[in-house]
Design a protein around this ligand. Structure first.
Ligand code: SAM
Length: 198
């Protein structure tokens, strides 16, 4: 918390977020302390306090608090999120996060990294398209996992997903996708999925 310029973040909030939207956005992101705590917990769950210098890609990073914590813990964190979101863009700049603007689309590979990552993470994300009825099924997930295993991760690297609930299917993911994760020997616990590159 001491390294964060919360005055700068609140100034961005005052300039970018209209009054009626503030309660939600304050709760979701500008309520800094709980989000920093939550992201420290995420880093601890990955064991990032027990090592240094790991490379991490965080997909759908939002304000970038997770890569911020990773960098604080002396790791090398990169991030991806959709392009041209003014509020995210300003906060990402303020936090000096190394983030690429990129929308993850079904059956499209991620940008090729210069060096493979030790971890590819995604938190509170399902790749469902906001306002649309589309939900990723097992084919979309299969393409994504193969792409991450083959093109993004170093040997021994790890995919760690903490998915958003899908109201459409009434679960974190559907039964076919569960079987797909199992084929990769995924560790599944609620919305958390871990797959290792052997
Ligand atoms: C609920 S927010 C979670 C933000 C952050 N991971 C966290 O846990 O605080 C979902 C994020 O995923 C991003 N996102 C949604 N669909 C995406 C896609 N297809 N490609 C890239 N980012 C996406 C959104 O822009 C947003 O930043």
């Amino acid at each position: 918390m001491a390294t964060l310029n919360t005055d700068e973040l609140l100034a961005i909030r005052d300039e970018e977020v209209l009054q009626p939207d503030r309660r939600l956005i304050d709760f979701k992101y500008f309520n800094t302390r709980p989000w920093i705590v939550e992201n420290i917990k995420r880093a601890l769950r990955l064991g990032l306090h027990e090592c240094r210098g790991r490379s991490i890609l965080d997909i759908g990073t939002g304000f970038g608090y997770f890569p911020y914590i990773c960098e604080f813990m002396e790791h090398d964190a990169a991030a991806l999120d959709i392009p041209d979101h003014r509020l995210y863009d300003r906060v990402i700049d303020a936090l000096k996060i190394n983030r690429t603007q990129h929308t993850v689309n079904p059956f499209e590979p991620l940008p090729i990294p210069q060096q493979p990552y030790d971890y590819v993470t995604a938190y509170q994300l399902a790749f469902n398209q906001p306002g649309k009825e589309t939900v990723w099924g097992s084919s979309e997930w299969a393409f994504f996992i193969e792409d991450v295993l083959n093109n993004q991760l170093s040997s021994g690297g790890r995919i760690h997903l903490e998915l958003n609930w899908s109201f459409r299917i009434g679960a974190w993911y559907d039964a076919d996708t569960k079987r797909l994760f199992d084929r990769y020997d995924a560790r599944r616990a609620g919305n958390e999925i871990d797959i290792y590159k052997r």
